[in-house]
Design a binder for this molecule. Structure first.
Ligand code: COA
Length: 201
């Protein structure tokens, strides 16, 4: 967790130890994870346009495969317009980042819109740094966005996932078993209905 960040933390990653990880380092704080010899706490917080440089580095540091699975294309470094979107610049975008030691290790964003039946929907995209995958960060990022979407009155969450992205599909159906998975030509479309929730002020 980074107390210097200008935005409040919105969630913490569960303290579950990575399945194949070495024993936790003595003195590791609750909620921290030991990844490749590191033992750092991971926090989920809101992203902001001030994060654009750090987000550029984060996305540039992803493997080609992770970038492809996230963007469905061979994006190398996001351009300024995309970075502004990823940083939650536009008012219809809610973006969160997972940080460890002040470094962004995961990112997710939800873009709000209106569905064909007038329902309030949001489209979520997520990616976790390769070395940090499989430790609960993706689930924590999506959970934070779903909670926030529900609080602002969204009733339908949508995620588009490439057909052979079994990891993402397994994560979603495993943690949100109520989802409905549809098939478009190039990707699966995951729908999750949210109960109407009293909106926060
Ligand atoms: C998909 C992604 C975001 C998941 O993030 P993560 O931090 O690795 O995921 P988590 O550790 O939170 O959860 C992974 C879950 O999926 C499950 N899972 C992993 N691989 C799986 C597979 N092949 N089949 C089924 N389930 C699988 C795990 O068991 C785990 O569930 P558990 O918490 O009950 O053990 C990450 O792999 C990633 O960044 N991929 C590239 C980008 C991408 O695919 N984005 C999705 C489309 S926008």
């Amino acid at each position: 967790m980074n107390g210097t960040q200008p935005y409040p933390a919105v969630a913490s990653v569960p303290a579950a130890a990575p399945a194949a990880a070495a024993p936790a380092v003595a003195g590791t704080a609750p909620g921290s994870m030991d990844v490749a010899g590191l033992a750092l706490p991971v926090a989920i917080r809101l992203a902001s346009p001030a994060d654009a440089p750090a987000l550029r580095d984060f996305f540039a540091g992803l493997s080609k495969q992770s970038r492809y699975l996230r963007f469905f294309g061979a994006i190398s470094t996001p351009n300024p317009a995309l970075l502004n979107l990823l940083a939650g610049g536009p008012s219809h975008v809610d973006a969160v980042a997972a940080t460890a030691g002040g470094i962004i290790v995961g990112h997710a964003m939800a873009a709000d819109g209106t569905g064909p039946d007038g329902e309030r929907r949001t489209d979520i995209g997520v990616v976790v740094a390769d070395a940090w995958q499989g430790h609960g960060i993706g689930v924590a990022l999506i959970s934070a966005l779903i909670d926030r979407a529900q609080a602002r009155g969204v009733t339908l969450v949508v995620m588009d996932v490439l057909h052979d992205n079994y990891r993402a599909l397994g994560m979603i159906t495993g943690h949100w078993p109520a989802v409905q998975v549809g098939q478009a030509r190039d990707f699966s479309t995951v729908h999750l209905s949210l109960p109407v929730h009293a909106q926060r002020d």
